[in-house]
Design a protein around this ligand. Structure first.
Ligand code: G4P
Length: 528
């Protein structure tokens, strides 16, 4: 095998998703500890924002600071290069998470055993399902009382519309938690509530009917475990890796991240079954990771934290070929070649300059305003990667320049923040007023704060009563022209010049859809 194919086969790029507080940060940290990427617990800071509206700008800045350094956490484990892409759990940043999910090849979903499926779990898993991303579930906090394991699996299947396949099974929970039986490797893993991972007792246990089981976990739990494993084996399908890779079944593990219990089982199975970098669709054709020419797309942009420098970091997911430092690549949207003298790789909290990167890797490119989310770099071929849609926002406000002397800064600031994907902006056609649309309240504060601190300009919001913004298209140009004429007051253009219908109420949207059958209304910019 060539070195290139060997490097490709070594990559595992995934995201950990969870509802806030389920234990994503804790699990990430334990995984990094195994990989030796960090030495001490507490090194990965939680980037969650606890309150739903934050007026404390320090909190926003703190969040951004942490997010840059934890955007991609790379480490080596069993000779594999593992890349964990961070996904914000806070729902106001959901769009950022959706976009990050376009750059992963698989996902681990953390579930709190007491809370089961929560709102963000549902939303994010849906995005994975739409994209057929292979999912592994990690049911966390077994050291606490929670839902019955069988009920929980039912809940996963029903609420998330997935098929599950437990690969480990818990023995009790809370005070009575004794460990798990690893059905995948036929091992009994015993929990020592006061121990460290090294103390985790692992016993090869092929046959649960072996009377030794009583000696290890006691009579009652042994009976229960035998009964449950028998039932589970009858109800759930036998694990087939291909079914997992096709997104048809989702393996489930149980453990306790904070106690570092069950995490190694998860990681060892993950590295065995998780996909190597997958092919990606572009508008023109499918791009296979084995192709030798470099292609990649930008899925995330971070503004520099230092207001004296306008630099930003654009995160490029490599889809094919070898990325090399200083080699010219084609920026497709700008139609020009660019070189990158300082591409960066994030290894846990450390940044390193890199000379080359492979499919599955994420490269940080210093950018002075050339990149937008969704931009493509290639060796010349014109390609546009799919799957980076803007979602129909749910909250709207007019945004006005509050300082007439700073009009230029205001316009530039807004423009760049929109390129970063902080929110979406629509320009109403009748009066030219700008409307900001977001998925969460927090973005309005982020925009106002960042305009002031980074662009030295002030904005003012005014209320606008809107229910939804949706993109409109039609195969019949006359139908569009007629629509634009008749609904003049309700149309706007997005930043890329696409037509958008601004519906004041759910009722208006419905009526308009009925009255204009030749117009298609889309709830993502990708016009699915
Ligand atoms: P998140 O990133 O998904 O939001 O969750 P995070 O890891 O920050 O965990 C949320 C809380 O749950 C933390 O407690 C963490 O210690 C706790 N936790 C994580 N895994 C387990 C587990 O297996 N068992 C139990 N009992 N708790 C767990 P916290 O009080 O919010 O923070 P901290 O003071 O412990 O850091």
């Amino acid at each position: 095998m060539s070195t290139y194919l060997q490097e490709l086969a070594r990559r595992r790029t995934f995201g950990i998703i969870a509802h806030p507080d389920a234990g994503k940060t804790t699990l990430t940290e334990k995984l990094l500890l195994f990989g030796g990427a960090i030495q001490t617990a507490g090194a990965v800071k939680s980037n969650k924002i606890k309150k739903s509206t934050v007026s404390d700008f320090m909190e926003i800045e703190r969040q951004r600071g942490i997010s840059v350094s934890t955007s991609v956490m790379g480490f080596e484990y069993r000779d594999l290069q593992i890349n964990i892409l961070d996904t914000p759990g806070h729902e106001d940043f959901a769009e950022d998470t959706y976009r990050t999910l376009t750059a992963v090849d698989s996902a681990i979903v953390v579930i709190d055993v007491a809370n089961g499926v929560e709102k963000q779990t549902e939303k994010l898993t849906k995005v994975c399902r739409m994209r057929k991303t292979p999912i592994i579930f990690f049911v966390n906090k077994l050291d606490r009382e929670g839902k019955d394991a069988l009920d929980l699996l039912d809940e996963l299947e029903q609420k998330l519309d997935v098929k599950v396949c437990p690969l480990s099974w818990p023995i009790g929970m809370g005070q009575r938690f004794k460990g798990v039986y690893n059905m995948y490797e036929k091992k009994l893993v015993l929990f020592n509530p006061h121990g460290k991972q090294e103390d985790e007792e692992i016993i090869i246990f092929e046959d649960l009917n072996n009377p030794e089981l009583e000696r290890h976990i006691g009579e009652g739990p042994a009976r229960e475990l035998r009964h449950e494993v028998e039932m589970v084996s009858a109800v759930y399908p036998v694990f087939e890796q291909q079914d997992y890779l096709d997104g048809k079944i989702c393996p489930v593990f149980f453990g306790s991240a904070v106690n570092n219990f069950g995490v190694k089982e998860l990681l060892d199975c993950f590295v065995e079954i998780a996909p190597t970098p997958l092919a990606r669709d572009s508008e023109e054709r499918e791009i296979k990771p084995t192709e030798e020419k470099m292609t990649g797309f930008v899925f995330k942009i971070f503004a520099n934290m230092d207001p004296r420098h306008r630099d930003r970091i654009a995160f490029l997911r490599i889809c094919s070929g070898r990325f090399e430092r200083n080699k010219p690549y084609r920026h497709i949207r700008l139609e020009r070649d660019m070189r990158f003298p300082n591409p960066t790789m994030f290894m846990a909290s450390k940044k390193t300059l890199l000379d080359e990167a492979y499919p599955g890797d994420v490269v940080g490119l210093y950018d002075s305003g050339n990149f937008k989310i969704g931009d493509t770099l290639t060796e010349g071929e014109i390609l546009h990667f799919k799957g980076l849609p803007a979602f129909s926002p749910e909250q709207f406000r007019y945004v006005e320049n509050a300082d007439p002397l700073k009009q230029k800064q205001f316009a530039k600031g807004l423009d760049q923040l929109m390129d970063e994907g902080v929110a979406q902006m629509f320009t109403r056609q009748t009066d030219g007023r700008r409307i900001i649309g977001t998925v969460g309240q927090l973005q309005f504060e982020v925009i106002q704060h960042r305009l002031e601190s980074e662009y030295n300009s002030k904005c003012r919001y005014e209320p606008v009563s809107l229910f939804k913004a949706c993109w409109i298209t039609s195969e019949d140009p006359k139908a569009i022209a007629e629509f634009l004429d008749r609904r003049k007051r309700d149309v706007a253009k997005d930043k890329d010049g696409n037509w958008v219908f601004l519906a004041e109420t759910a009722w208006t949207l419905q009526t308009v859809q009925e009255n204009f059958p030749k117009i298609a209304f889309h709830f993502t910019s990708e016009k699915i």
